[in-house]
Design a protein around this ligand. Structure first.
Ligand SMILES: [Zn+2]
Length: 295
């Protein structure tokens, strides 16, 4: 298979072999994402050509995952504000451009599928798998299956009143995404930073402004998780994406804050994801494998 994960800024592709429970990336490729749907399909076709040249074996299928609103059953990218498409037939266009059967899905849900089959949610039947990067969304694992549900935990209202890019105020994402953490630190201090990772380093060094921004991010995340705990009662929340690289700097205060907020709700275990930023690409490969095994 050739798996492609179209991200907001970077597209990851891999030549992959494997089965529905074991996947191996033979060769990987990354490039900056181009800005419209026809451009993305052209880029996917180029990546497929490059990667198929790296093996003597025939390619069976393409697995493609994209962000935004996705109609998986009909192979359509319904909407992406960042990448600028609306009702675009990704499967038909990709199959035409590559002459390969194409499985199609949503990046976050595919990443959740990969964590469930291959990563740190393998032993779970009910979990929220939540990558935190430029934005925040969640894959909802319910009774052993990643469901085709929005999972937009980044845009639930948690009471802080700051505006969000989605048009609401008070969203989890407006304080707790990697982008928000970096932006809010710079707004307080007028010091530019290289993303949330640098803010995390400043937190460890005891920088007062960094500690405040981090604390407010943790509070927003905890309140978002509390809402999911009240609605779904997951066994665990599996934190992924760039922000999860902060490790216990994130999970320790988040656990404390959650303990402070929880009254009657089932308390989810907090875990770190295992697959890092390869989860989406591995998930795309799993979608392709599942498609091939169905028929
Ligand atoms: Zn929002």
């Amino acid at each position: 298979m050739i798996a492609v994960d179209v991200g907001g800024t970077e597209t990851k592709a891999a030549l992959v072999t494997g089965t529905s429970s074991q996947v191996q990336a033979v060769k990987q490729q990354r490039c900056p994402t181009v800005r419209d749907a026809d451009g993305v399909v052209g880029q996917v076709a180029g990546l497929v050509e490059e990667l198929r040249a790296a093996t003597e074996h025939p390619i069976d299928a393409v697995g493609l995952v994209v962000p935004g609103l996705v109609d998986e059953a009909n192979g359509i990218g319904v909407y992406s504000a960042n990448l600028g498409w609306k009702d675009y037939p990704f499967v038909a266009k990709t199959q035409a451009a590559t002459n390969l059967r194409t499985a199609f899905g949503h990046d976050v849900r595919a990443g959740g599928l990969a964590e469930h089959r291959l990563g740190n949610a393998r032993d779970l039947d009910n979990a929220v798998i939540m990558p935190i990067g430029t934005g925040i969304a969640a894959a909802l694992l319910i009774d052993g299956r990643v469901r085709n549900l929005p999972g937009e935990i980044g845009h639930v209202e948690v009471g802080h009143g700051d505006p969000c890019g989605c048009g609401q105020t008070g969203c989890v994402e407006a304080r707790a995404s990697s982008a928000a953490i970096a932006r809010r630190y710079t707004e307080r201090t007028l010091r530019p930073v290289q993303g949330a990772a640098e803010v995390a380093r400043l937190v460890r060094a005891g920088d007062v402004d960094a500690v405040t921004v981090w604390h407010e991010a943790v509070d927003a995340l905890a309140r978002g998780i509390l809402l999911v705990a009240a609605l779904l009662g997951p066994e665990a929340v599996v934190l992924g994406g760039g922000l999860a690289l902060a490790g216990d700097l994130l999970t320790d205060p988040l656990r404390d804050r959650l303990d402070g907020l929880i009254t009657f709700q089932r308390r989810p275990e907090l875990r770190l994801a295992a697959l890092g930023d390869e989860a989406g690409c591995l998930g795309a490969a799993l979608l392709a494998i599942d498609m091939l095994e169905e028929r």
